[in-house]
Write a protein that binds this ligand. Structure first.
Ligand SMILES: [Zn+2]
Length: 341
């Protein structure tokens, strides 16, 4: 399959041998052992042209199952520390955005994963603030915040919203969607010409990926190079400002999907990149949905495999006890009532 960012065919699967060969205590294994994602269970691939790394393919419906499913294993008893860290992180983010605001401040959109409540801080600046979260539970929470208009994530593609926003904030979402190029194109359609986009993603190296130093729901791994390539390939945006910062590693899981560390060390940090982009587009691409549908068809050959591995618990988690492995039957039998908890 071609690279999801630059469309190059020069793609390779990451495998354990290449890392062991570089280490001092080389204990080379003649069998190639591919590196699979510790949450999704599918192979991780790397583009040799733009350095973009990602899970080979995950169908958007599988991603929806992850975010619509209540915690399957460990739930921290006290989430107040996480909430405090989220607030601090969002404060740093908004301090950065405020320095590069669009001139007109009529309408803003906050797209997040598990952070929808943080959209409220933009209500002081914009006449109207829309919020949409990949996690339905957080959309419900944001619904209780005064001044916020909450949209289900699936509804942001409606053409009624095209060319209506002055600012869009993409908070920890780019590393979690099946088609990042489509998301940036959607933002170009939603923004008015000259509108601004804040894009925030973790910065991940190959060894971070090898060591599974990512959140369980994170499936795209960007470097500065692949992020710049994404913006270049899309072609609608001009980079106004780039900032590197840090965030607590404890925030990398938006839900308790899969196994979460019981002894979270809140002092550990990781690098993130924030970009402010300006929308330069003049002509709208007409049919966004078709672009995504075409990409899905191209990936169909790997779809059945990825779904099989994920639903059967054949990822690394399957070696763990039944308590922590993903139970496919449990996911299937979930009722709407359970989702409310
Ligand atoms: Zn590429």
């Amino acid at each position: 399959m071609p690279c999801k960012i630059c469309k190059s065919q020069d793609i390779m699967s990451l495998h354990h041998n290449s890392f062991h060969a570089n280490s001092e205590s080389s204990n080379s294994n003649p069998d190639v052992r591919h590196i699979v994602h510790s949450g999704i269970g599918a192979q991780i691939v790397k583009c040799n042209v733009c350095n973009f790394m990602s899970v080979e393919f995950v169908h958007p419906s599988v991603i929806n199952i992850i975010y619509e499913t209540p915690p399957l294993s460990f739930i921290p008893k006290d989430v107040s520390k996480q909430q405090e860290l989220h607030k601090q992180n969002c404060q740093n983010q908004s301090l950065f955005v405020k320095r590069y605001m669009p001139e007109v401040k009529e309408r803003a959109l906050f797209l997040g994963v598990g952070r929808a409540e943080n959209a409220q801080r933009y209500c002081e600046i914009f006449n109207e603030v829309f919020s949409s979260d990949l996690v339905p539970q957080h959309n419900k929470l944001a619904g209780g915040c005064s001044g916020l208009r909450v949209l289900p994530f699936a509804n942001i593609q409606t053409p009624d919203l095209f060319e209506t926003f002055n600012l869009i904030i993409l908070s920890n979402i780019f590393e979690r969607v099946a088609f990042p190029l489509n998301l940036i194109r959607l933002c170009a359609n939603l923004l008015k010409q000259g509108g601004r986009l804040l894009l925030e993603v973790p910065k991940m190296s190959e060894s971070d990926v090898f060591n599974s130093a990512y959140g369980r729901e994170e499936i795209n791994f960007f470097s500065s190079k692949s992020l710049e390539k994404l913006i270049e390939v899309d072609g609608n945006f001009k980079i106004i400002k780039t900032e590197e910062s840090i965030e607590p590693i404890a925030l990398r899981d938006a839900t308790c999907f899969g196994l979460q560390s019981k002894n979270t060390d809140f002092s550990n940090k990781r690098s993130i990149v924030r970009l402010i982009l300006e929308n330069k587009r003049h002509i709208l691409n007409t049919n966004l949905v078709d672009i995504e549908q075409q990409d899905i068809l191209k990936h169909l050959s790997t779809l059945s495999f990825a779904l099989f591995v994920s639903a059967s618990g054949l990822s690394r988690f399957s070696e763990l006890t039944g308590e922590t492995a993903i139970d496919a039957k449990y996911i299937k039998n979930l009722s709407l009532t359970q989702l409310d908890h």
